[in-house]
Design a protein around this ligand. Structure first.
Ligand code: 4NP
Length: 161
């Protein structure tokens, strides 16, 4: 079982949407039994909350099932997950700080767009303070990034339906 954790700041916009897109893709590929996925935020701002309404509308518009309650990254996550995928550099900084504090200093943290050739180092922009269109933008960024991430890990772990 390969365990994948998507991480953003609030865990109500980017990372729950990423998790929902990932789950949809592995299901359509018939390889969902090989994976466990989850999402979390580095902040405690939205613990227990449903995804942002705009996130839910965006998922619905793309026929993606989204089901999540906000939670904060914790110590166990660094042991539990094989791939911790961050949305932006602030998330990475927060995760690096947390992993050292929790004694997982060696754990690798990935920027999700680093899996996309030509988009290395680029963030998934925070849509929280913007309008509805920002959610469509992050949807297409995440869709592309997750396709590339999946290709990489399917090859690396030889996972085929
Ligand atoms: P997310 O977006 O990190 O993609 O879930 C945000 C959600 C909430 C806040 C910031 C970003 N906030 O400041 O409350």
């Amino acid at each position: 079982m390969i365990k994948v954790l998507f991480v953003c700041l609030g865990n109500i916009c980017r990372s729950p949407l990423a998790e929902a897109i990932f789950n949809d893709k592995v299901k359509k590929l018939g390889i969902e039994s090989y994976f466990k996925s989850d999402s979390a935020g580095t902040s405690d701002y939205h613990i227990g909350e449903l995804p942002d309404e705009r996130t839910i509308r965006c998922a619905n518009a793309n026929n993606i099932k989204i089901q999540h309650r906000g939670r904060q990254v914790n110590r166990v996550d660094f042991r539990e997950f094989d791939y911790i995928l961050a949305m932006d550099h602030q998330n990475i900084q927060n995760l690096n700080h947390m992993k050292s504090k929790y004694g997982f200093g060696e754990k690798e943290i990935y920027l999700i767009r680093d899996f996309v050739e030509g988009s290395e180092g680029q963030p998934v922009p925070d849509p929280y303070y913007g309008g509805e269109e920002g959610f469509h933008e992050i949807y297409s960024i995440l869709d592309e990034a997750i396709n590339h991430f999946l290709n990489t890990i399917q090859e690396r772990h030889r996972i085929y339906a």
